[in-house]
Design a protein around this ligand. Structure first.
Ligand code: ATR
Length: 271
C-alpha cells in the first residue's frame, strides 16, 4: 500500500450518491503509477450541504474535486471563474482550488472527443445525438467545436428542441432516429442499453458504410448498440474511454502530472 505524507495533495469526487463512482479507482491507479504523494477520495454530499462542503474543502487545502450527479449545475453557480466551454454547457464537473478561488471546468466534452481521437476517428459531417440531458449537451457543444453539424434526437421532443435552440443545433424526431443517411457519427447519450435499463431500439439498416457509432453507456462495456454496429462492420467506440479521458485534465491540474490513458488503466476501471 502507498503511504502519503503530511504534505500530500488532496482531491476527490462529490456526488449523491457516490458509491457507484469509478473515479477513485481511476485516479488511485494514476497516483500509484506516477508515485504521487496524494489521495483521491469519494465524498457523498447531499445537495443542501454542497456549497458549504466545497468551500470547506478549499479551505482545508484540497487541490480540487470532481463533481458528479446531481451537483454539476450547482458547481457552476459557486465558481469564482468558469472556463468558456463549461459556461456554454451550463455544468461543471471539475473544480480547481487555487489562490483562494474556485475555478470550474467541464471536461466531459474533452473526454468524449479525446476518446474518439484515440480510436482514430476524424471529425466532420453530421452527428446525430440521441438524448438531451447534460451529457448530450457537453458532447454536442464539443462536436460543434470540431466543426461537426450537430442534430439532437430525443424521446421528449421539447427537451431536444430546447437544447438544439441553446446550442444553435438541429433536431430530428425520435421516430426518425433510424434515418441515418448522410450521418457520419451516431452517439447514444441516453441511459438505454445500460444494465438494468431498457433496450435502445434503433435499426442501423440505413447507416452509411463509414458511420461511427459511439455509446456513452459503459456498463456493459459492449452495449447492444455497439454489438449491432460491429456486426454491420461499422466503427464502434465504447463509452468507458470517455470516462477515462475526461479525468486527465483534473488529475493534471491537481497533481501536476499529465496522466496516460492506456490498456492497464482500462483494465483497472473496467474490472
Ligand atoms: P444526463 O444528464 O446524464 O445525460 P438525463 O438528463 O437523465 O441524463 O437524460 C437522460 C436521457 O435519456 C434523456 O434524453 C432521456 O429522454 P427524455 O428527455 O425523453 O426523458 C433519455 N431516456 C431515458 N429513458 C429513455 C427511454 N426509455 N426512451 C427514450 N429515451 C430515454
Amino acid at each position: 500500500m502507498r503511504l502519503i505524507s503530511g504534505s500530500a495533495r488532496l482531491a476527490g469526487v462529490i456526488g449523491w450518491p457516490v458509491g457507484h463512482s469509478r473515479s477513485p479507482r481511476l485516479h488511485g491507479h494514476w497516483l500509484q503509477r506516477y508515485g504521487v504523494d496524494g489521495a483521491y477520495v469519494p465524498m457523498a454530499v447531499a445537495p443542501a450541504d454542497f456549497i458549504e462542503v466545497v468551500r470547506g474543502l478549499a479551505k482545508a487545502g484540497f487541490a480540487g474535486v470532481n463533481v458528479t450527479i446531481p451537483h454539476k449545475e450547482a458547481a457552476l453557480a459557486l465558481c469564482d471563474s468558469v472556463e468558456p466551454f463549461a459556461a456554454r454547457v451550463g455544468a461543471v464537473n471539475t473544480l480547481v482550488f487555487r489562490d483562494g478561488a474556485i475555478h470550474g471546468r467541464n471536461t466531459d466534452g474533452y473526454g468524449f472527443i479525446a476518446n474518439l481521437r484515440a480510436h482514430g476517428v476524424r471529425f466532420g459531417g453530421r452527428a446525430l445525438i440521441l438524448g438531451a440531458g447534460g451529457a448530450a449537451r457537453a458532447i454536442g457543444a464539443a462536436l460543434q467545436d470540431e466543426g461537426v453539424d450537430v442534430f439532437f434526437c430525443n424521446r421528449t421532443a421539447e427537451r431536444g428542441v430546447a437544447l438544439a435552440a441553446a446550442l444553435n443545433a438541429g433536431t430530428v424526431a425520435w421516430d426518425e432516429r433510424a434515418a441515418l443517411e448522410g450521418v457520419s457519427l451516431l452517439v447514444n447519450t441516453t441511459s438505454l442499453g445500460m444494465t438494468g435499463k431498457g433496450a435502445l431500439a434503433i435499426s442501423l439498416e440505413r447507416a452509411e458504410a463509414e458511420l461511427v457509432v459511439a455509446d456513452i453507456v459503459y456498463a456493459p462495456l459492449e452495449t447492444a448498440l455497439l454489438a449491432a454496429a460491429r456486426a454491420r462492420g461499422l466503427h464502434a467506440v465504447e463509452g468507458l474511454g470517455m470516462l477515462l479521458h475526461q479525468a486527465v485534465p483534473g488529475f493534471e491540474a491537481w497533481f501536476g502530472v499529465r496522466p496516460q490513458v492506456d490498456a492497464a488503466l482500462y483494465e483497472v476501471v473496467a474490472g
